[in-house]
Design a binder for this molecule. Structure first.
Ligand SMILES: [Mg+2]
Length: 119
């Protein structure tokens, strides 16, 4: 039987406990947290820099652990930032998807890699 995945709320509580145990909240303002999020996204990109096609695919397969760690670092900051700014992420995502469905109607966007204002 597959182990039940923790919910976003479970993960957020775990991250907060990690932060609180280290007394790091004092350093966390929204700007520096967004900066940390951005830096982690760049670490993710660094794993892929200068590689394309099959070489990139092979590299990512070989470095799955590093890839998962960088994605986890990104999620860490997304969850903590949303927590501190009191944003309900599931609700925000559902709302944004509904917004994107209007921005990118199927009849115009299916199979088309263009920004909404170019459709
Ligand atoms: Mg990292």
């Amino acid at each position: 039987m597959k182990k039940k995945s923790p919910t976003l709320e479970d993960l957020t509580q775990r991250i907060k406990a990690f932060r609180d145990a280290r007394d790091w909240k004092q350093f966390h303002n929204p700007k520096d947290m967004a900066l940390s999020l951005s830096l982690e996204v760049h670490e993710l990109l660094e794993l892929m820099q200068w590689k394309n096609g099959r070489e990139l695919e092979a590299h990512l397969n070989k470095n799955r652990r590093a890839l998962s760690h960088e994605l986890a670092d990104v999620l860490y900051w997304v969850l903590l930032l949303a927590n501190d700014l009191k944003i309900d992420l599931p609700e925000a995502l559902v709302e944004k998807l509904a917004h994107n469905e209007k921005k990118y109607p199927l009849h115009k966007s299916k199979g088309v890699a263009k920004k909404y204002n170019e459709l």
